[in-house]
Design a protein around this ligand. Structure first.
Ligand code: ATP
Ligand code: MG
Length: 411
C-alpha cells in the first residue's frame, strides 16, 4: 500500500487555500478583539471524559466521531472534536471564575471521524469564541452581533443567513421533551434505528437527525416555542429585540436544535446555500449548565464556532499579497551589493525576491514569474556611480535611480 498520501479526510493546506484560511482567522481575531475577547490555546488532546461526559453520550460526536487513544501511560485521551469543552475545562482548572466575565477566543484543528465530503473533513479548523459569566440576553445579542460583523467583514453577509431559535430553560425543555416523546412514540415505526435508540436516552437528538426517514417525522413534531415558559419567552424576545435594534436580520427557525447536550435558551446558525449539505458555516448557543456540570460552579456561558475551511471556500477572490520587487545583479561583482539592497528594502517594508542564478534574461523571466512589480537591475558600471536601474515590469519603462533615493524611487 502506498503510504505517501494524507490520511483520508485530511488535507495539506497551502497556497491559495492557506491564504484564505489565514484571512478568515485574522479577520475573526481582529473583530472579536474589539469586543474584548482574548486568545486562548488549549491542548489538542484532553482526557476522554472531558468530551464524553459533557457533549452528551448519545451525540453523534461521542458515539461515532471521536479519535480516542490510550497513551503509553494507559490514560484514555481524545483529540478534541470541538473547542468549548476544552475551553471550559481550562476556565475551571485555571481558576478563572474569580474574575468574571471571561471572554476568550481560539483557533485550531479539530478532529472527527466523519464521512469525508466537500466541507466535511476528519481534521478541520475552527475559530470560536466563549463568553462566560453573563446571564442576561445582552450577552447573546453581542455574541451574535460579533458573528455577524465577522461574516460581514469577510464580505459574506449577502451569502449567509442568520437562523435562531430558543430551547428555553430546563423547565421548558422538560415540558417539551414530554410532548416530543409522546409524538415520537406514535411514529415509532417510521424512525431510523439510531433514533429509536435515542428516544429513551435523548429524544431531542432525533430533531437533529440527518436521516431522511427521521426528517419526515420531525417535520410534524411539536414546536419548541409552544413549550417555552414565560421566563424563556421573555428571554428569547429580548434577544430578538436586541438584534432588531442593531439592524441584524435573522430568521426564527423553530426546527433549529443543536447536536450537543449542553445548550439552553438561544441557539443560532449562520447558513449558506452555496455549500450543499454542508451549509452551516458558524453555529453556537447558550450553555448555562455546562460549567456546573463540569464541576466549576454556577456560571453561564455562550459562544459560537465557525468552520474555517467552509468559510474559506466561500471567499471567491484570492487573498492578494503585495507584489514583490525583484533584485537582479548583473555580473558576479554586484552580488554582494544586491544582497545589501534586498536587505535594506525588506527593512523598509518591501517584499523582495532575489532572482538567483542565470543570465540577465533568465533572471528577468524569474522576476516576471513571481509577479514582481518592478525590477532593480544592478550593473557594475552604474553601481560605480552609485546608481541602479529600476524597471517597471508592467509597462517596460526603465530609469536610472541613485541608491540614496532608491526607496523614494520605488514608491
Ligand atoms: P454539521 O451539522 O455540518 O455536521 P455540526 O453541528 O457537527 O455541523 P458544530 O459542532 O456546530 O458542527 O461545529 C461548528 C462548525 O464547524 C460547523 O458549523 C462547521 O462549519 C464546522 N464543522 C463541523 N464539522 C466539520 C467537519 N467535519 N469538517 C469541516 N468543518 C466542520
Ligand atoms: Mg457534525
Amino acid at each position: 500500500m502506498n503510504k505517501v498520501q494524507p490520511v483520508r479526510g485530511t488535507y495539506d493546506l497551502y497556497g491559495e487555500a492557506k491564504r484564505k484560511a489565514k484571512k478568515v482567522i485574522s479577520t475573526g481575531s481582529r473583530i472579536v478583539e474589539k469586543y474584548g475577547f482574548e486568545e486562548i490555546e488549549t491542548p489538542v488532546f484532553e482526557f476522554t471524559e472531558v468530551f464524553s461526559r459533557n457533549l452528551g453520550d448519545t451525540s453523534d460526536i461521542v458515539t461515532k466521531e471521536m479519535y480516542c487513544f490510550q497513551d503509553r501511560g494507559g490514560e484514555s485521551l481524545t483529540l478534541r472534536p470541538e473547542g468549548t469543552a476544552g475551553v471550559v475545562r481550562a476556565f475551571i482548572s485555571e481558576g478563572m471564575q474569580q474574575n468574571l466575565p471571561v471572554k476568550m477566543y481560539y483557533a485550531g484543528p479539530m478532529f472527527r471521524y466523519e464521512r469525508p465530503q466537500k466541507g466535511r473533513q476528519r481534521q478541520f479548523t475552527q475559530f470560536g469564541v466563549e463568553l462566560l459569566g453573563v446571564e442576561v440576553p445582552q450577552a447573546d445579542i453581542e455574541v451574535i452581533a460579533m458573528a455577524y460583523e465577522f461574516i460581514e467583514s469577510l464580505g459574506l453577509s449577502g451569502t449567509v443567513t442568520v437562523e435562531i431559535n430558543s430551547l428555553g430553560d430546563k423547565e421548558s425543555r422538560d415540558a417539551y421533551r414530554a410532548k416530543l416523546v409522546a409524538y415520537l412514540k406514535e411514529n415509532y415505526d417510521k424512525l431510523s434505528e439510531d433514533s429509536k435508540n435515542r428516544l429513551d436516552k435523548n429524544p431531542l437528538r432525533v430533531l437533529d437527525s440527518k436521516e431522511e426517514c427521521d426528517k419526515a417525522v420531525v417535520a410534524g413534531a411539536p414546536l419548541y416555542q409552544d413549550s417555552l415558559n414565560e421566563n424563556s419567552k421573555n428571554f428569547f424576545n429580548a434577544v430578538l429585540k436586541g438584534l432588531d435594534n442593531l439592524g441584524i436580520r435573522y430568521r426564527v427557525n423553530n426546527r433549529l436544535v443543536r447536536g450537543l447536550d449542553y445548550y439552553s435558551h438561544t441557539v443560532f446558525e449562520l447558513i449558506t446555500d452555496k455549500l450543499g449539505a454542508q451549509g452551516t458555516v458558524l453555529a453556537g448557543g447558550r450553555y448555562d449548565g455546562l460549567v456546573e456540570q463540569m464541576g466549576g460552579g454556577k456560571v453561564s456561558g455562550i459562544g459560537w464556532a465557525c468552520g474555517v475551511e467552509r468559510l474559506s471556500m466561500l471567499l471567491d477572490e484570492d487573498v492578494s499579497l503585495p507584489r514583490p520587487v525583484a533584485v537582479i545583479p548583473v555580473g558576479e561583482d554586484t552580488n554582494d551589493k544586491a544582497l545589501q539592497i534586498a536587505c535594506q528594502l525588506r527593512r523598509a517594508g518591501f517584499r523582495v525576491e532575489q532572482a538567483y542564478g542565470g543570465n540577465l534574461k533568465k533572471r528577468m523571466m524569474k522576476a516576471n514569474k513571481v509577479n514582481a512589480e518592478k525590477a532593480i537591475i544592478i550593473g557594475s558600471e552604474e553601481l560605480a556611480d552609485g546608481n541602479v536601474t529600476v524597471k517597471n515590469l508592467d509597462n517596460g519603462e526603465q530609469r536610472m535611480v541613485s541608491l540614496d533615493n532608491l526607496i523614494e524611487g520605488l514608491k
